[in-house]
Design a protein around this ligand. Structure first.
Ligand code: AMP
Ligand code: AMP
Length: 350
């Protein structure tokens, strides 16, 4: 089904619109951000998940549905009736799937086409290569493995089921034992360094690229395995996993900032050659920085990431630029508000 064109309300009053999202991931931040910019908000919750949105008092309206698969045209009618603008986040994409997002009738903040470039590993690589970003080497087949690699299964939710191997034999040993039926995977060079997730924002209105904040992830069991001696890990047959549990704020060595800005510029520039309006709004480069200060990017997220959650009150970087606490959620709301007031809403909808 082709992508529908939403009917845009003519109003130039932000109060005639509602910022909407699904209740998980970074919804608290998105809802508060809307409030802080003087806009109304709405959260769609699966039954049983409403409590945080009530407890923290951030939601103007909660719509409960039995399950995310019950997202249907009746719900969209409700959204359209309220002039709701939907903000996608990680859980939103995971629960809705790309097809449903593409055919959604309600107003949507961001470029829908970019999601395909983000989620297809080959297309993602093509995009980042064209933007001259340093990427981990990819091994075409297990027989080529001649150094430590990380094996990632497609669609692995939050790093669960990744494994590390250093030879073809080791690859097959783990693969055949634990994932005999999984054949959709990528074998990537394992980059030794520290992970850092850089949160950007690019506004199509101001044409400015901002670095909002940075985080590292708190992953189970990768972040606790070092508490056990290596020989005990082997004895207990413990394998590393990367299940995301939370996020930890980071500031980066200041001399690396110029390079991070340039990387973001190039990614945005190339995205405009890939599809329609290109990439705008929040996005994240997921990187490993080596001891030689090389910055390898292993993934891009073309939307808000949950690593922005520690910065609901702003980050050290946004404190430099803004005179109010500016979270990524609030920055999104401000982009929407400014677009409505300037009669430029069409430019920020996908
Ligand atoms: P959830 O709504 O918590 O079940 O998460 C759905 C998906 O969103 C997960 O599979 C993760 O990939 C992603 N996600 C959720 N929370 C986070 C987080 N704090 N950091 C990074 N990714 C997350
Ligand atoms: P992801 O689910 O892609 O965000 O990655 C989950 C975890 O795997 C993160 O902790 C990353 O630091 C780690 N990781 C992913 N790719 C690589 C790589 N090529 N080298 C080293 N670590 C990686």
């Amino acid at each position: 089904m082709a992508k529908p064109k939403p009917i845009l309300p003519a109003s130039k009053h932000p109060k005639d619109f509602v910022i909407a999202t699904i209740g998980s991931h970074s919804a608290l931040q998105i809802l508060k951000g809307a409030r802080d910019e003087g806009m109304r908000n709405l959260v769609i919750c699966k039954k049983g998940t409403e409590r945080p949105y009530k407890a923290y008092g951030v939601a103007d309206e909660i719509i409960t549905i039995p399950d995310y698969k019950d997202w249907n045209s009746a719900l969209e009618e409700e959204l359209i009736k309220r002039n709701a603008i939907v903000i996608p986040h990680g859980s939103f994409i995971a629960y809705m799937g790309h097809d449903r997002v593409r055919t959604m009738q309600a107003m949507y903040y961001g470029t829908k086409e970019i999601l395909e470039w983000e989620s297809n590993r080959d297309m993602e690589r093509q995009w980042l290569e064209r933007a001259n970003i340093l990427l981990p080497r990819v091994f075409a087949k297990p027989e080529d493995i001649d150094k430590p690699v990380i094996v990632k299964f497609h669609g692995a939710g939050g790093g669960f089921g990744y494994f590390v191997a250093k030879s073809p034999e080791q690859f097959y040993e783990v693969k055949n034992k634990k994932y005999p039926d999984e054949n959709d995977f990528v074998i990537q060079e394992y980059i030794v360094g520290v992970p850092i997730y850089i949160h950007y924002f690019y506004s199509p209105l101001t044409k400015e690229l901002e670095i909002m904040s940075m985080d590292k992830r708190y992953e189970s069991n990768a972040d606790s395995i070092g508490r056990i001696k290596a020989e005990d890990q082997l004895a207990a047959n413990i394998h590393t996993s990367y299940t995301i549990v939370g996020n930890i704020p980071i500031v980066i060595r200041e001399s690396l900032l110029p390079e991070l800005f340039e990387m973001g510029d190039r990614v945005v520039k190339v995205s405009k050659q890939l599809c329609g309006k290109g990439l705008f709004g929040p996005f994240c480069l997921e990187a490993i920085v080596t001891r030689k200060l090389q910055i390898f990017v292993f993934e891009i997220s073309a939307r808000i990431v949950a690593g922005t959650n520690p910065f609901i009150e702003g980050s050290p970087y946004t404190a430099l630029k803004y005179d109010v606490p500016m979270s990524t959620g609030r920055r999104i709301a401000r982009d929407i508000k400014q677009a409505i007031e300037a009669g430029r809403l069409e430019e920020i909808l996908g």
